[in-house]
Design a protein around this ligand. Sequence first.
Ligand SMILES: CC(C)(COP(=O)(O)OP(=O)(O)OC[C@H]1O[C@@H](n2cnc3c(N)ncnc32)[C@H](O)[C@@H]1OP(=O)(O)O)[C@@H](O)C(=O)NCCC(=O)NCCS
Length: 211
Amino acid sequence: MVSGGPACVLLGGGGHAAVVADMLLLSGYTLAGFLAPQARGLLQTGGAWPWLGADDTLSTLDPRQVVLANGMGNRPRRNDNGLGHRQRAYLAACALGFAFPPLQHPSATVARGTVVAPGSQIMAGAVLQVGTEIGENSLVNTRASIDHHCRIGAHVHVGPGAVLCGQVEIGAGVHVGAGAVLLPGISVGEGAVIAAGAVVRHAVAAGAFAS
Ligand SMILES: CC(C)(COP(=O)(O)OP(=O)(O)OC[C@H]1O[C@@H](n2cnc3c(N)ncnc32)[C@H](O)[C@@H]1OP(=O)(O)O)[C@@H](O)C(=O)NCCC(=O)NCCS
């Protein structure tokens, strides 16, 4: 066990897991260990974290004893369809009765009245303005900026440095690439992929790709 607060098990052992581990410790959690195919990974460059086993080890843990954090990143492709592994892992763990508390880095700026669902992760330097809603298991990555009254669905990834102007609506499972800019009031349908650096001026249909 590392630290001293509520016990948390991390899903994944790669780069995103390392960033989430840091956030967990800053937020007062005890890192009880991580689940990943291998004991070694990028997570282990930040400290010697206990490896508990592969993903199927989850069924041996007690949801009353530990909460979970999703340490899986995702690498979208233009023609992605179906559930990503980050979403699959989250849903499988929920079905076993595990809870994923929402996480917020201490350096994130979150306006009053913002609704952040379970399993969401608001990373370092992110800004959520007033009236914003973030769905479950969504990830607002480093220094992303989400302006007033945006509605973000479940299982969304808003990449580092992306800018969502006011009243943007994002459907479930969307990936917004790093540094993309979405102009005010734009809507993006479920499962769409927005390329890194894109400037999105028109609505994006479900499952579509915008660059
Ligand atoms: C858009 C993206 C999803 C495409 O990935 P992919 O399906 O593997 O596609 P490829 O890299 O094979 O590129 C396919 C085509 O799209 C173009 N393309 C790729 N990324 C692009 C981008 N960001 N902007 C514009 N065009 C892009 C490529 O030039 C290529 O064009 P071509 O077919 O004319 O040669 C990916 O490049 C991207 O932007 N991902 C976002 C990553 C990110 O921000 N992650 C956050 C991690 S924390």
